[in-house]
Ligand binder design. Structure first.
Ligand code: SF4
Length: 349
C-alpha cells in the first residue's frame, strides 16, 4: 500500500453529483419537466480529519446529499469517491465494507432508536451486523466503553431509550455511530431537535470525538451559527446547488454570496450589546426544486438581483484560497456592514 498516495487523496470527493426525483417519488435517470432536483450537480472534497459544514434552509438538498454519501440513495448521475474508489454504483459485500467506514447520526434521537431494545443492544447492533465481539461479555465491555466515551453511565446498559433525556438519547446515537470506528461521520441536524441548553453539550461531544478518534465529519445544519465552532470549512446550499464554499474565516468574516450574507444576518446574537446591529432577513420561501427559476436560482429572493441574474446562471468563482461562490455581483464590504455581518462593522455568528 502506498502511504504517500493515500495521504494525498481526500477521504471523500464528490463530482457533479445529481439526484432527481420523479414527481411521484421514483427515480429518474435524466432531467425532465417536473422532476424534483433535490441535488443538482454539486462537487466538493473532504480531507481526512476535516469537518465540513453543510448549511442551508430546509429542502435545499443537504440531507439528500448526506443520504447519497451514505449510499442510502442511488445517485441519478455523478460520482462519489471514497478513498479514491468510486462507490456510486457499489453493491453487495464491497458496499457493506464501505458502510462500515461511514456512519450517520440522525436529527431525531426520539425516532431513530428502537424503543423495544435496551441501550446496550442498540449501541451493540453494529457489532452484531458485522459479526464483531461475538462473546457476550466482550461485547458488553465494548458497549460500556462506548457509553463512557460519550458521557453515559455504563451501568445504564439495560435501560430502554425512553428512560433517557433527549440529549442522552442523542449520545446513544453517537455511541452507536462510532462503535465501528468509522472514518466518516455524517451528522444530519444532530442538535436541532434538542433544547438550546443541551445543544452545545452534544456539539462539544462531537468535536471531542472528532479530535480523539481522528474522524472526518460532515455536519449538516440549517443555521450557520451551529457549524461555526465545529467546522474547518462550510458549504452553503440553495435549491440543490452549492452557492458558496470555503474555509470558516473568510466565509464568516466576509461572506461573498448574498444568500450566505442573509443566513448570517438571520443568526440571533446572545450578546445584548449587539442586538441593535442591522439585519436583513430573507423574505419568502425558496422556489420549488421541481421548477427552479432560470439563471441564478436565488434571484427571486435576492435584494441585489439584476437582469443578468435571471438570464445567466453564475458559476462558482474563486474569491480566495479554497473559497468560491456563485454570484455575478458578490457582496461588498459596505453591503455586508449594512446586513450586520462580516468583519469590520458587522458580526460573524
Ligand atoms: Fe443575487 Fe444575482 Fe448574485 Fe444571484 S447572481 S445571488 S441574484 S446578485
Amino acid at each position: 500500500m502506498s502511504v504517500s498516495a493515500n495521504t494525498e487523496t481526500p477521504l471523500v470527493e464528490v463530482r457533479d453529483l445529481v439526484k432527481h426525483f420523479a414527481p411521484g417519488g421514483g427515480l429518474i435517470a435524466r432531467r425532465n419537466a417536473g422532476a424534483v432536483r433535490a441535488v443538482d450537480g454539486i462537487s466538493f472534497a473532504i480531507g481526512r480529519g476535516e469537518t465540513l459544514g453543510l448549511v442551508g434552509e430546509s429542502g435545499c438538498g443537504k440531507s439528500t446529499t448526506a443520504r447519497l454519501l451514505m449510499r442510502l440513495l442511488d445517485a441519478t448521475s455523478g460520482q462519489i469517491l471514497f478513498e479514491g474508489q468510486d462507490i456510486t454504483r457499489l453493491k453487495g459485500p464491497p458496499l457493506k465494507a464501505i458502510r462500515r467506514q461511514a456512519q450517520m447520526i440522525f436529527q431525531d434521537p426520539y425516532s431513530s432508536l428502537n424503543p423495544r431494545k435496551t441501550v446496550g443492544s442498540v449501541i451493540g447492533e453494529p457489532f452484531a451486523i458485522h459479526g464483531l465481539h461475538r462473546d457476550r461479555g466482550e461485547r458488553r465491555r465494548e458497549v460500556q466503553g462506548l457509553m463512557e466515551m460519550v458521557g453515559l453511565n455504563p451501568e445504564h446498559f439495560n435501560r430502554y431509550p425512553h428512560e433517557f433525556s433527549g440529549g442522552q438519547r442523542q449520545r446513544i446515537g453517537v455511541a452507536r455511530a462510532v462503535a465501528l470506528r468509522p472514518k466518516l461521520l455524517i451528522a444530519d441536524e444532530p442538535v436541532s431537535a434538542l433544547d438550546v441548553s443541551i445543544q452545545a453539550q452534544v456539539l462539544n461531544l462531537l468535536r471531542n470525538l472528532q479530535r480523539s478518534l481522528g474522524l472526518t465529519v460532515v455536519l449538516i445544519a440549517h443555521d450557520l451559527s451551529v457549524v461555526r465552532h465545529m467546522c474547518d470549512r462550510v458549504a452553503v446550499m440553495y435549491l440543490g446547488k452549492i452557492v458558496e464554499i470555503g474555509p470558516n474565516e473568510p466565509l464568516y468574516d466576509s461572506p461573498s454570496h448574498p444568500y450566505t450574507g442573509a443566513l448570517l444576518s438571520a443568526v440571533p446574537l446572545p450578546d445584548p450589546s449587539l442586538h441593535g446591529r442591522p439585519r436583513r432577513l430573507l423574505g419568502g420561501d425558496p422556489p420549488s426544486p421541481a421548477n427552479p427559476p432560470p439563471g441564478c436560482s436565488f434571484h427571486t429572493r435576492c435584494p441585489k438581483a439584476q437582469e443578468r441574474c435571471s438570464e445567466q446562471e453564475p458559476e462558482l468563482t474563486e474569491r480566495g484560497p479554497g473559497w468560491t461562490s456563485a454570484c455575478h455581483f458578490p457582496l461588498s464590504e459596505a453591503e455586508r456592514a449594512a446586513m450586520g455581518v462580516g468583519g469590520v462593522g458587522g458580526v460573524a455568528a
